[in-house]
Design a protein around this ligand. Structure first.
Ligand SMILES: NC(=O)N[C@@H](CC(=O)O)C(=O)O
Ligand SMILES: [Zn+2]
Ligand SMILES: [Zn+2]
Length: 384
């Protein structure tokens, strides 16, 4: 088998895939760690509040990686073509359910892809369907399959947003401006200033989830907003990696996602926020599989496939800062509380037993490389 990322340059400083220095190794305040490391954790079954399941072969290939650990998942609508109607969301949900084993309790919670022409009636239909739980805002051009997204939120979408307030339907946001004049590392900050702050002022009753936050600016925005109306999902990659991970030992396409990884100070601010016990932050993996050949090519896709490792990685982050007691609220309570859904009554066990992440997952159509491929992790969700 061809090894992941064989770099043609012999001057590699580090073995590829081994994350060095502060990247991936959180230098947490060691004194906070208890002397006896915990060997087992029992958690109410976690939910994934931001997940890409794709469709067709890719859906079939990846769905079990989420369904075997998570109870519910908010399923992103950025397919090609996107899920812009309730009818399409219901059909997509059916195609997911068909692939689950009979004993699976996995529940996909569907979303609608907001466009300039989404109508308020569609929001009513979505609410009535019982299948659609949120509407997703992709600024046009911001990320994978966002070409049909919104070009002018305030100019085109206000009536829809007002209907969402009526229907208590949350708006999930890919929070980046797309103006090419704005530096890619500043796009989240500028989005907060130019879109989110005016939005929450104008519609204070709208429930907003800032997805996959990457900056201290986002942490501040979420923490200073009205409780219960603004929250954020946080990915394993933005908790464990900083932007060095994109270039360590050569270009690392499997660490490329959007919003792009940021500086170490931002990573630390996000770790501090989620491990503080605040109920405004919850688990959203943003697991976003792309075939290997679409990642390792001259114009590679953004997105990291982390479903097989996500729970292990979240546990690692919380353990490293001595906050394992706060893990369950992040994985299993804060999300349903924000969405107004019941907390799970099922349990899962996490055991501390070193395991090696596969280098790749192979399918008839090609390979998918998981996050931290080939690395050894400590925590593992147990199957019993
Ligand atoms: N996060 C990513 O880098 N990619 C996501 C889209 C998204 O969540 O922005 C994808 O669908 O591939
Ligand atoms: Zn996004
Ligand atoms: Zn995403």
């Amino acid at each position: 088998m061809i090894k992941t990322l064989v770099h043609p340059c012999k001057a590699l400083q580090f073995p590829v895939g081994k994350i060095q220095g502060p990247v991936g190794k959180i230098q947490g305040p060691k004194q906070l760690r208890s002397k006896e490391p915990k060997m087992e954790l029992t958690l109410a079954q976690p939910d994934d509040w931001h997940l890409h399941l794709r469709d067709g072969d890719l859906l079939e290939a990846v769905v079990s990686h989420s369904a075997s650990h998570f109870g519910r998942a908010i399923v992103m609508p950025n397919l090609n073509p996107p899920i812009t109607t309730t009818a399409a969301a219901v059909a997509y949900r059916e195609s997911i359910l068909k692939l689950l084993p009979a004993n699976s309790n996995f529940t996909p919670l569907m979303t609608l892809y907001l466009t300039d022409t989404t109508s308020p009636i569609e929001i009513k239909l979505a609410r009535r369907s019982g299948a659609v739980f949120a509407v997703k805002l992709y600024p046009a051009g911001a990320t994978t399959n966002s070409q049909d997204g919104v070009t002018d939120l305030f100019g085109r979408c206000l009536p829809v947003l007002e209907e969402m307030v009526e229907q208590n339907m949350p708006l999930l946001v890919h929070g980046e401006v797309t103006n090419p004049d704005v530096d890619i590392f500043d796009r989240e900050k500028v989005f907060i200033e130019t879109v989110l702050e005016p939005l929450v002022q104008r519609l204070p009753q709208l429930k907003v989830v800032m997805e996959h936050i990457t900056t201290m600016d986002a942490v501040r925005f979420v923490e200073s907003s009205k409780e219960g109306s603004v929250a954020a999902t946080v990915t394993p990659q933005h908790l464990l990696l900083n932007r060095n991970a994109l270039f360590q030992g050569g270009l690392q396409p499997h660490n490329y996602c959007l919003p792009v990884l940021k500086r170490e100070i931002h990573r630390q601010a996000i770790v501090a926020a989620v491990t503080s016990g605040s109920n405004r932050f919850f688990l959203g993996t943003d697991s976003a599989p792309h075939e290997r050949r679409r990642k390792e090519c001259p114009c590679g896709c953004a997105g990291i496939f982390n479903a097989p490792v996500a729970l292990s990685l979240y546990a690692k982050v919380f353990e490293e800062v001595g906050a394992l007691d706060k893990l369950e609220a992040f994985t299993s309570f804060n999300g349903p509380d924000f969405y107004g859904l019941p907390r799970s009554t099922s349990k899962i066990k996490m055991v501390r037993t070193p395991w090696k992440v596969p280098e790749s997952f192979s399918f008839s159509f090609g390979d998918i490389i998981p996050m931290f491929a080939g690395e050894t992790l400590e925590w593992r969700p147990s199957s019993n």
